[in-house]
Design a protein around this ligand. Structure first.
Ligand SMILES: *Cc1c(COP(=O)(O)O)cnc(C)c1O
Length: 459
């Protein structure tokens, strides 16, 4: 019993602050995920369905969103805050149906960034799959096709609000009949991986305060970056934006909502990190204090934390297919895997994303090796070294596969995925209510060929 517990701790599993509270290790050293009283054994799944394999856990999405809404609503109640709380799911973080539907079922409203994302909303709206009060915010560059669809959906009584991001859009949306929001480019810059010194989205506070009175201007929005590293960098922009909101509300009588965008981080590295519970309390307190001091109504609050909600709901599993010694480095060997970081966990390459890597089998062995992971595309950039450090995994055993899981792979990786060297995408499973569904079959050579114009009957 104690040995089992130690392995769990060793691999940093079962810890709520790290989003690993659902993970455990069996007596035989196999990785499991627990949904209530159901147990999914990931080693059994990979034996049955093969690797590489993605597994999505909708219950994790649902729990995270439910908790987040509960925190905000509870603190609003405790502090006598009069505004309402709305969670809008930023679709770009993961547009797959198996992600979007569970979030809607938990009460998520939507945030879209392109005409094609909005088209998915239209499909659901027309299928009468949505509650009539569902709200949609439209960010991203407003092409004519995008604006046309916004108009169409507004005429069909969807509560849809385009967000003006620059002066050009201001001209285009000036005569728009429905409600609009406006995006500010704040002076505060957050410490995120991106840390853009120059942001091309949004108008300056000065430009916004110089606007004439617009009866339909309802919402002030900012989005400052993704994977913000410190609590202070989440709070500081709220303060700057609220300061502007107060000034703006004196000019624009319709203004009633502050939208603080996305950016809330995930503890990928399983080190201490700020929490949604503490931050939601601080945000509600701050907004209440500032509005009370200024003598204005408490604004409704919109939060669009995407990565925070969805990253922990998917894992990606690979098998080690070969080992190659590394003569002089932090790691002793390359483990070559049967999939690709560059294709399927593209942020590893694009922004040097770090991941929590844990064995799927043999997780109870002391026989470990420090390794780097090499993807099986023919590209020398297709690798994961934990930032030049090393990854600990079990030593390979003769005639036995060694599987490992990359946790928190639910945010952004799917829409960025590619087919470098024409490798197949991982198969994808949905694990829900104790049953397994296949969301994406393993791609055959023929299916991949077709993506590149090598269809039937052509040469
Ligand atoms: C990308 C984006 C988000 C989500 O950001 P996260 O870092 O995933 O929370 C939210 N709002 C807007 C406008 C975005 O562009």
């Amino acid at each position: 019993m104690t040995a089992k517990k130690n392995w769990k701790r060793f691999w940093k599993l079962g810890v709520e602050e790290f989003n690993t509270q659902f993970f455990d290790i069996t007596r035989d050293g196999e990785l499991t995920v627990r949904e209530g009283n159901y147990i999914y054994n990931l080693n059994d799944l990979v034996k049955k369905y093969g690797s590489p394999l993605e597994v999505v856990f909708p219950f994790i999405l649902e729990e995270r969103l439910e908790d987040l809404q509960d925190y905000f609503r509870a603190y609003m109640k405790i502090q006598g805050y009069k505004g309402k709380f709305f969670y809008h799911y930023p679709m770009k973080v993961n547009q797959n149906k198996e992600f979007v539907m569970p979030l809607i079922s938990e009460g998520a409203h939507m945030e879209v960034g392109s005409v094609n994302e909005l088209w998915l909303v239209k499909k659901l709206w027309e299928g009468e799959k949505f509650h009539a009060k569902l709200r949609v915010l439209c960010n991203g560059p407003k092409t004519d096709a995008y604006l046309k669809l916004v108009d169409e959906l507004r005429s069909k009584d969807l509560a849809i609000m385009p967000i003006i991001e620059d002066e050009h859009e201001l001209d285009k949306l000036y005569k728009y009949k429905g409600d609009v929001g406006i995006r500010v480019n704040l002076d505060t810059k957050a410490d995120t991986h991106w840390d853009k010194k120059i942001d091309r989205f949004g108008l300056t506070a000065k430009q916004i305060l110089a606007l004439p009175r617009m009866k339909n201007l309802k919402l002030l929005h900012y989005h400052i970056g993704s994977q913000i590293v410190t609590a202070g960098s989440v709070i500081k922009p709220v303060e700057e934006a609220m300061d502007l909101y107060i000034k703006l509300s004196k000019i624009q009588p319709g203004l009633d909502t502050l939208d603080i965008g996305g950016g809330f981080g995930v503890p990928y590295e399983k080190k201490p990190f700020y929490t949604a519970k503490e931050i939601s309390e601080r945000i509600v307190k701050l907004l209440k204090k500032m509005s009370d001091e200024a003598g204005i109504r408490h604004p409704n609050l919109v939060v669009e934390w995407g990565r925070y909600v969805v990253a922990p709901a998917q894992v990606t599993i690979y098998n080690v297919i070969a080992e190659k010694p590394i003569p002089k480095a932090n790691a002793k060997s390359w483990y070559v895997i049967d999939g690709s970081f560059m294709n399927d966990l593209l942020d590893t390459w694009a922004i040097h994303q770090k991941w929590h890597v844990v064995p799927v089998n043999n997780a109870n062995t002391r026989d470990l090796k420090s390794v780097w992971l090499a993807g099986s595309s023919c590209d020398s950039d297709d690798k994961y070294t934990a930032g030049g450090n090393y990854i600990l995994l079990p030593k390979l055993r003769e005639g036995e596969p060694q599987h490992f899981a990359v946790l928190d792979s639910g945010a952004y990786q799917d829409a960025l995925a590619s087919h470098h060297c024409l490798l197949s995408s991982p198969a994808k499973l949905i694990a829900q209510d104790g049953t397994i569904k296949i969301a994406r079959k393993r791609e055959s050579s023929e299916m991949v060929g077709k993506l590149f114009g090598w269809g039937n009957g052509e040469h």
